[in-house]
Each structure stands twice: as structure tokens, then as C-alpha cells.
Design a protein around this ligand. Structure first.
Ligand code: ZN
Length: 356
């Protein structure tokens, strides 16, 4: 263990078993009322890069480690935390995260073949932007569906961002998701190669924290770089802080949009969502028009079985004219949730081949 690491350990607050039991623990474990609020923008192997007083002239980047008293709770990008110790942000200083604020939203993915642990991907994001090209590569409907399920159960607003709109009419692609009433934006290349449609994208991002997901080749990085002109510099800075020599595009990072217009979280490592943790009720709750129909369902209905009452509910017109198409979309999302990891795995390999 390095000298520096040991020094930090000595500074660490330790929670020891209290032999007298009833004595207040305040002496050993301060309440950290003076902890400095911060936003976690990068997490890299146990070290978090945090922004303190973002958007002010006192804004600074502070590297921090999770205090032991937090137990096994992990820190993720988007977490609002409390820091103690050296929060100056000076080189070679390290603060401690002693508090993780309650999360407003939690974007998760289930364990899959490559990662045996269910993980929180991002905390406190408002919107999941599913970036997909209208062509080259062809849109992957199932991947989009899986992202939508992840957004719905996380309590996040889904936004479909179709890129390369100059290659094919976006309406053709949007038809698949029309019953879901998704908000969508389209970007394309202008005659001089310039990216068009950015203003629409900016409008949807304003005032929100948006997570961008998308497979390789869809133009997600191009989009991020256009939205956050100093994205490269920002992540480069982050790498300088954490002192890791890794390629910047492999780290998930929260990037501030110019002029305090919101945040985007780029997710280079996330290519699919394992959704085994998602139960049908959570998906159904994203369909308020169908929701009352489940009253007639048998106990534990999967909503995808012959006895499901939703079919009758829709057939009676009680979910409105769009009911049948909505039910179909709901069932498609349920199907996307189940046992489709293998396809995703194949897509991952294909993506890798393309990158090489
Ligand atoms: Zn049912």
C-alpha cells in the first residue's frame, strides 16, 4: 500500500463497535453537518470526481473516496453527495464522501453474462435519450425497446433521438413507436456536412439531466461533442485528476451543457440493459390508460397470458381508440425485457467487430 493511501486511511472515520452500547456515537462519528455538497461526475475504480459549487466562480473539481461508514453503498455518476476533508480541489488532495443524498431516480441494469452484479448505472437523471440512426446502421428496435423499459421503470422520461435523418425519412422509423407517444428529435447532415437539428435537441435537454445511450456507429459521440464543445477537454481534465491513463471515451461522465443549460451523461460502456429485475407492473405503470384494466387480471398476472384482462379492457374500447396498438406495444416491451440478452450479446460482438 502506498504511503499516501495509508495516510488517508488514518484520517478515515472509523466506526468501531461501542463497548458501552448506549453512549452516543457522536464523538466517534461526527454528523457531518458541515459536509460540502457536491455532484459526482465520474466514478473510476473507487475514486469519484466531484464538482463542488458547479456553475459558480468557485466551481472546483474534487477527487474523493467513499468513507467506510457508508458501508457497501456504491457511489454512481449523478449522485449528490456530502464531502469532508480537503475539498480545495488542489492537486494530490483527496476528500471523503460521507453522505449520499436520497436518489430521485435510479437507472439500473441487471446482471448479465459479462457482469454478474446488478448495478445502478446513473442516479438522479431525468431523461434517457436513446440515440439510434435511421439507417447505417439499421435501427435495432429491440435495443430501443429495452432502453424504453429501463427508462420507464427508472421514472425517467424517454426521448428518441434519430440521427442521420438525411439517409431516410425518420417517419418510417418512428412508426414503430408511434403508439407509445414518445417525444422524438431528428438530426441530420446538411449539404456542407454540418449537423442539423441540434436546436431541437438542446431544447429537450434544457434544465434536465439526460443520459445518452446508443450503439457504436449511431453518432452519439458526434452528438455529445456538438452539444458540449469542450467535452474532450472536460473528460481530459477528469483523467488528469484521477491520474489514470485510460482513454477518455471509456469512462461514463456527466458533462455540463454550456451556460448551465443542463447535464448530459455519456455512457460509453453501456450498450444494453439487462432487465431481469423489472417486473411487469413497473412497465405497466408507464401505460396509465391500460393500468385500470388489470383489476380483472388473475393474481400475479404476467399480462402476457390468456387470462390477462387487458385484452377485454382494450376490446371494450375502455383504453380509447389507441388501446389495441398501445397494448401491443406494451406486450412488445414486456417481451424485450425477457430473455433477449443473447441477442444483445450478439449485437455487442458485432459492434466490437465494427470498431476494430
Ligand atoms: Zn394481466
Amino acid at each position: 500500500m502506498s504511503e499516501r493511501r495509508r495516510r488517508y486511511d488514518e484520517d478515515d472515520v472509523r466506526v468501531r463497535p461501542n463497548p458501552r452500547g448506549s453512549r452516543p456515537r457522536t464523538k466517534e462519528r461526527p454528523a457531518h453537518a458541515d459536509a460540502v455538497p457536491a455532484l459526482v461526475v465520474v466514478v473510476d475504480r473507487g475514486r469519484s470526481t466531484c464538482l463542488v459549487e458547479p456553475g459558480t466562480d468557485r466551481e472546483r473539481t474534487v477527487t474523493a473516496m467513499r468513507a467506510r461508514e457508508l458501508g457497501r453503498t456504491g457511489v454512481v455518476v449523478g449522485d449528490r453527495v456530502g464531502l469532508v476533508g480537503d475539498t480545495s480541489g488542489r492537486t494530490d488532495t483527496l476528500a471523503r464522501i460521507v453522505r449520499i443524498d436520497e436518489r430521485r431516480t435510479v437507472l439500473r441494469r441487471t446482471a448479465d453474462d459479462t457482469d454478474p452484479v446488478e448495478r445502478v448505472v446513473v442516479a438522479n437523471a431525468d431523461q434517457l435519450v436513446v440515440v439510434t440512426a435511421v439507417a447505417d446502421p439499421e435501427p435495432r428496435a429491440r435495443m430501443v425497446d429495452r432502453c424504453l423499459v429501463a427508462a420507464y421503470v427508472a421514472g425517467m422520461r424517454p426521448l428518441l433521438c434519430l440521427t442521420k435523418g438525411d439517409l431516410r425519412p425518420a417517419e418510417e422509423v418512428l412508426r414503430t413507436w408511434a403508439p407509445l407517444g414518445l417525444d422524438a428529435v431528428v438530426t441530420s447532415r446538411g449539404p456542407d456536412g454540418e449537423l442539423l437539428g441540434l436546436d431541437d435537441v438542446r431544447e429537450r435537454l434544457r434544465g434536465r439531466t439526460s443520459v445518452l445511450v446508443g450503439h457504436s456507429g449511431v453518432g452519439k459521440s458526434t452528438l455529445v461533442n456538438a452539444l458540449v464543445p469542450d467535452a474532450g477537454r472536460a473528460t481530459g481534465h477528469v483523467n488528469a485528476v484521477t491520474g489514470r491513463g485510460r482513454h477518455t471515451s471509456t469512462s461514463m461522465a456527466a458533462l455540463a451543457l454550456p451556460d448551465g443549460q443542463g447535464w448530459v451523461v455519456d455512457t460509453p460502456g453501456v450498450r444494453s440493459f439487462g432487465l431481469a429485475h423489472v417486473d411487469p407492473e413497473a412497465v405497466l405503470s408507464a401505460f396509465p390508460d391500460l393500468l385500470p384494466g388489470e383489476e380483472g387480471c388473475p393474481r400475479g398476472c404476467t399480462h402476457d397470458e390468456p387470462d390477462c384482462a387487458l385484452d377485454a379492457w382494450v376490446a371494450e374500447g375502455r383504453a380509447g381508440a389507441a388501446g389495441p396498438a398501445r397494448l401491443e406495444s406494451f406486450r412488445r416491451l414486456l417481451a424485450a425485457r425477457r430473455g433477449e440478452e443473447r441477442d444483445d450479446e450478439r449485437e455487442r460482438h458485432r459492434g466490437r467487430e465494427r470498431e476494430q
